[in-house]
Design a protein around this ligand. Structure first.
Ligand code: HEC
Ligand code: HEC
Length: 388
């Protein structure tokens, strides 16, 4: 035993430091998938990258032509500048109507030629909506791991009445059937499968065995002659394949900093991230629960979020959704932040610094602590953020 330790120690001394584990490149699958899982990942990529036309069932109302039309930066599964429109009805203090009956909460912005022939160019904001919102396309790398985080882990971080008096409460959203919500900027959708499957009809007007009816036009069924392709327009296998692709996509690689003084600065930035309470909401890591897929089973995911809702103040407020009031948003995951180039729920912040400066409400004290940092510390914090 002793001898073994000696040998590995001298190996470490010889090479300078222990070898760092390999990280998948952007767009690659999680490490450790089986051959079967890799085959499913590849099959799913093909459906994710498929561009639908009206002849394949696109529309009649839609936002874009394929998952990849929106999720593509820096590679398939990523973000983009494409935004979509949401609208709901809020009745203070806490009642939210997602306006399903009137075509909400996603208001499709495009129509196929057959629907345009009927004089319809897009879906309208429902008359009962009290507000509308823009949503930029977020990246979904590493989301299989996020899906694997047990509800109990998320609920343990709630502090709705701010019992610890730090100005940060945080509460979970719930879908209409009571399940805990995690996905979307308002954390309304419970599971990754729900989101992936729902994106076909909502974004592309592609019906599935899970949702065989076309989206309505503000509550009115689409004229049959505008929808010639029989439902469902994709198979259960197609939906399952896309879900496998998103689920098995690896998180984006962290930046490896080699230069010693730079490394020290990044470490200082990481500590400041804790010290000024960014980490109170952007919780650096969580563990997944049990999974039949070893690559997702009891793994650590560096998501930098608590997946809870926080009141971010009136300037960022837009629509309500589920329990989320207009000013409440899910702590945005900072996983892969360095690959993004627009920030906040509507993509309206052009830099990370601007996104931080626009935190208010529960984020105000932390934001003030950031703006008050000496320039050197601010740079160290931003440098750290540029490694995740
Ligand atoms: C029109 C562009 C567009 C298309 C097409 C699209 N998405 Fe998205 N996607 C978005 C936007 C915008 C959001 C953010 C919605 C929100 O915050 O409520 C999103 C969110 C997501 C999320 C949740 C991310 C999070 O942060 O919780 C997943 C998962 C996802 N999309 C998967 C897909 C899949 C799979 C497809 C294809 C079947 C698809 N999307 C098609 C724009 C698009
Ligand atoms: C009270 C909880 C809370 C605290 C504290 C907090 N944030 Fe946030 N952060 C959020 C929420 C919620 C969002 C999403 C806001 C939106 O989309 O409008 C967000 C968004 C961000 C974004 C934009 C990410 C993107 O891609 O859109 C960055 C960057 C960020 N936070 C960094 C920080 C840093 C750095 C600190 C510490 C100075 C911090 N946050 C403190 C809750 C918090």
């Amino acid at each position: 035993m002793k001898k073994f330790v000696m040998v590995s120690l001298s190996l470490m001394l010889f090479s300078g430091c222990p070898p760092e584990p390999e990280q998948p490149e952007p767009g690659e699958p999680l490490a450790g998938l089986s051959t079967d899982e890799l085959t499913r990942f590849d099959a799913g990529r093909a459906v994710f990258e498929r561009i639908f036309t009206p002849d394949d069932g696109l529309g009649p109302l839609f936002n874009s032509t394929g998952c990849v039309s929106c999720h593509n930066q820096p590679v398939s599964g990523g973000s983009s500048a494409v935004t979509e429109v949401h609208a709901t009805k809020f009745e203070p203090p806490d009642f939210c109507d997602p306006l399903f009956q009137e075509g909400g909460p996603v208001i499709q912005q495009q129509a196929t030629p057959l629907l345009q022939d009927q004089g319809i160019e897009k879906e309208e904001i429902p008359p009962s909506a009290t507000s509308q919102a823009l949503r930029s396309t977020p990246p979904v790398f590493g989301f299989g791991l996020v899906d694997g985080i047990p509800d109990s882990t998320i609920l343990a971080n709630q502090d709705p009445n701010d019992m610890d008096n730090d100005g940060i409460s945080g509460r979970a959203n719930r879908f209409i059937d009571g399940r805990l919500g995690k996905f979307g900027r308002k954390a309304f959708i419970p599971t990754l499968f729900d989101f992936n499957a729902g994106a076909f009809p909502l974004e592309q007007g592609i019906t599935t065995p899970f949702q065989p009816a076309e989206e309505t036009i503000n509550g009115t069924p689409v004229p049959p002659e505008t929808d010639p392709v029989p439902e469902p327009e994709v198979t259960e296998e197609d939906v399952q394949a896309v879900d496998d692709f998103v689920r098995f996509l690896a998180p984006l690689p962290r930046k490896r900093v080699k230069d010693l003084s730079e490394k020290k600065e990044v470490e200082r930035g990481e500590k400041l991230f804790e010290d000024i309470a960014c980490a109170s909401c952007h919780i650096p890591s969580m563990q997944t629960g049990p999974s039949e897929v070893p690559a997702l089973n009891h793994q650590t995911v560096f998501l930098y979020s608590d997946l809870l809702l926080h009141d971010m103040g009136s300037d960022l407020a837009d629509v309500c959704l589920g329990l989320a009031t207009p000013s409440e948003f899910r702590t945005e995951l900072l996983m892969g932040l360095r690959f993004r180039n627009q920030f906040l729920h509507d993509g309206s912040a052009g830099t990370v610094e601007e996104a931080i400066e626009r935190h208010a409400g529960e984020g105000e004290a932390s934001r003030d602590a950031f703006t008050d940092l000496p320039e050197k510390d601010k740079q160290a914090l931003l440098k750290f953020l540029d490694t995740i």
